[in-house]
Design a protein around this ligand. Structure first.
Ligand code: ZN
Length: 343
């Protein structure tokens, strides 16, 4: 068995350990002091109608001196905003070095796993927040459903204009080798559990992450019930016979709520397509061709293409239906190039 474990000698472990306590972001003051307009926008965006954030009278009725900022907004005050895009190096100095060191060990993928806040006092307009971020810990290598990886926990400390700590945030990410890559390299491993659930070694069929689940509701359940039986169903208005997809409760032509379904022949053409390179979800192989397929029946649907290299996909190419039994709970229609007809 070849792999990264042999390359991760004790020197590598020591270099990772040496990062504990190191500063990833030097003390960085917020661009603006705590202020009412940002509080109002944030509360509106979150749908938080608590009047203590916007109405001084209501706030005083609760024993406060005036309006306060939502506690969980602390992160918003110190966000670098557009500056992070313009001059990213100015924002986090030690961060790139840590990312580089983790990449050296093969941990090139990242997923945030949890965020743990402690709030020590409420912020009020006029307060000025500063944040500093340090590395609290880097775990030993763990097996997870996403792949082997290390949990990196950083500690953000938020202080006010007097240097008093107002909040802390433990921010944990999993830096991992994608299970799909690991499976190709070292054989099947891992379980499809979420990253925070450190699973034991999994079975071969659980070699990679599960595909995202479709959002099934009462309008589209028939479609996914059909796919489980390898039947591609198209919704049809029983009043005017119009076919429609994606499914919906009401006919866009005659407004009737009455409908049934017809089974598609499975023949179609590539109406348009994209080749997806990023972001790399571990359930998929990349690059990945995804098409809008125009069915012979006239409706269109979005589906993956199989049996064809992404660079060989062409607009208007004839395709036929195939089925992807992704896992026991998910079957999806995919399309492959239609066999060329005999002369
Ligand atoms: Zn209709």
């Amino acid at each position: 068995m070849t792999g990264h474990s042999t390359r991760q000698d004790t020197g590598y472990e020591e270099r990772l350990r040496a990062f504990t306590g190191r500063e990833l972001r030097a003390a960085t003051p917020a661009q603006d002091p705590v202020n009412q307009p940002m509080i109002r926008h944030w509360a509106e965006a979150m749908g938080d109608t608590n009047p203590v954030y916007t109405d001084a009278g209501s706030a005083r009725a609760t024993g406060r001196d005036g309006v306060v900022a939502p506690a969980s907004m602390v992160q918003a005050w110190t966000m670098p905003g557009y500056a992070a895009t313009v001059s990213p190096q100015a924002v986090r100095s030690g961060f790139d070095e840590l990312v580089g060191l983790l990449a050296e060990g093969g941990y090139t993928s990242v997923v945030a796993t949890d965020s743990e806040f402690s709030f020590l006092r409420e912020l009020v307009p006029g307060d000025h927040v500063t944040v500093r971020e340090t590395v609290e810990s880097i775990s030993e290598e763990k097996r997870t459903g996403l792949g082997a990886g290390r949990f990196v926990t950083t500690l953000k400390t938020y202080t006010d204009q007097h240097g008093e700590t107002v909040a802390t945030q433990r921010w944990r990410t999993l830096r991992f080798r994608p299970a799909s890559a690991a499976a190709r390299e070292e054989g099947p491993e891992g379980s499809p559990a979420a990253a925070r659930e450190e699973g034991p070694e999994g079975s071969p069929e659980a070699a990679r992450a599960l595909r995202p689940r479709p959002a099934v509701n009462r309008d589209n359940a028939f479609f996914f019930d059909g796919t489980k039986r390898h039947r591609l169903l198209v919704q049809r208005c029983t009043a005017c016979s119009l076919l429609r997809h994606p499914p919906g409760p009401c006919c866009p032509e005659c407004n009737s709520f009455e409908w049934d379904t017809v089974e598609a022949s499975g023949r179609g053409r590539v109406h348009g397509f994209v080749v997806n390179h990023h972001p790399r979800h571990p359930a998929f192989d990349f690059p990945m061709a995804v098409a809008v397929v125009a069915l012979a029946e006239g409706t269109r649907l979005i589906a993956g293409l199989t049996g064809v290299a992404p660079e060989d996909v062409e607009i208007d190419m004839p395709v036929v239906l195939d089925w992807l039994d992704a896992d026991p709970d998910l079957t999806l229609p995919v399309f492959r190039p239609a066999p060329t007809e005999a002369p």
